[in-house]
Design a protein around this ligand. Structure first.
Ligand SMILES: Nc1ncnc2c1ncn2[C@@H]1O[C@H](COP(=O)(O)OP(=O)(O)OP(=O)(O)O)[C@@H](O)[C@H]1O
Length: 293
């Protein structure tokens, strides 16, 4: 059996020789960066060093002046979530705004409502009801910003200074969500000035200096390859969803649909067990690499 703990993560998005010029001034010069799947990468650097620009290039929402951006080959399009450093104060309620963003991301309405409810409750914004976002505090806006980025379950999540100006408890609430997403295999890139947060949570820290990568440090963690298996199991109760199969990392139940994350080499055994139990298999994703908690 292969030793998957040592499997090298593949790159999800790669910049090669990337340059970005504004008004004939080079902001980023010859940047080579491969964002590895399943990792939480922090981008650090002083004000104006080019962190936001780098995130926008990775997201594909700013054009390179020269060089190349490549996404990994994948049978399904790689969903990208992006949270800019601040949201404008909009004349929408959080729910209206999130519905709009979910529609842009192509999320079916019913699925969007479930996700919006879950995240508004999770981050303590459910009580804001019809209050327009122009009346939101900075922390409330940053939470709505994070939610719009994660709503459609992106495989690559890019966050620009998600915690700037936030109090400790808001920061920890948002950190808790990011930890869960990272544990679930989401690849995350965070531009941050907060070195303590970076040291505590990042797998890798890339420092931008004078428009170039000044340092690039990886903190080794154990890794595993996982797949996600989605099955319909009529009449299932949440308490009964966890199968006896070894290798199941976690499972989530929504109605009669159960979504398992399972170590890749155990996924066949899980599929067999589910089919024998009368389940219909709705989806099996390709393998992904993630850090072991
Ligand atoms: N649209 C733009 N037009 C002209 N110059 C720009 C534009 N966007 C960014 N810049 C310039 O590019 C440089 C890098 O900006 P960027 O926002 O990427 O830095 P940053 O590291 O994210 O800064 P901060 O930590 O202050 O958020 C800055 O000098 C900025 O003025």
């Amino acid at each position: 059996m292969p030793d998957t703990s040592a499997a090298a993560p593949r790159a999800l998005v790669v910049l090669s020789g990337a340059c970005k010029r504004y008004d004939k001034r080079n902001v980023l010069e010859n940047v080579n960066l491969a964002v590895r799947e399943g990792e939480l990468t922090a981008i650090v650097g002083s004000n104006g060093s080019g962190k936001s620009t780098l995130l926008r290039l990775l997201a594909g929402i700013a054009a390179l002046s020269s060089g190349e951006r490549r996404l990994a080959e994948s049978p399904e399009p790689i969903r990208i979530g992006y949270a800019p450093d601040r949201l404008p104060k909009l004349r929408f309620s959080a729910r209206e705004y999130l519905r709009y963003m979910a529609a842009i991301a192509g999320l079916p309405e019913e699925k969007a409502e479930i996700a919006i409810d879950r995240y508004l409750t999770r981050l303590g914004l459910a009580h804001t009801g019809p209050l327009q976002m122009r009346h939101f505090s900075k922390g409330m806006l940053q939470k709505a910003n994070l939610i719009q980025a994660v709503l459609a379950e992106p495989r690559l999540l890019l966050l620009d200074e998600p915690f700037s100006g936030l109090d400790e408890s808001t920061r920890e609430e948002m950190t808790g969500l990011l930890r869960e997403l990272a544990a679930g295999g989401t690849t995350i890139v965070v531009a941050s000035h907060d070195r303590e947060w970076v040291d505590r949570l990042a797998d890798r820290c890339v420092a931008i200096e004078n428009g170039r990568i000044g340092s690039d440090e990886t903190y080794p963690r154990a890794r595993r390859r996982v797949r996600e298996v989605t099955a319909r199991m009529p009449g299932i109760r949440e308490a009964d969803a966890a199968p006896r199969s070894e290798g199941v990392v976690d499972c989530r139940t929504e109605g009669d649909v159960v979504r398992y994350r399972v170590e890749a080499e155990r996924s066949d055994a899980l599929l067999k067990e589910l089919l024998e139990a009368g389940a219909s298999i709705l989806e099996v994703t390709e393998e992904r690499t993630e850090a072991k908690p």
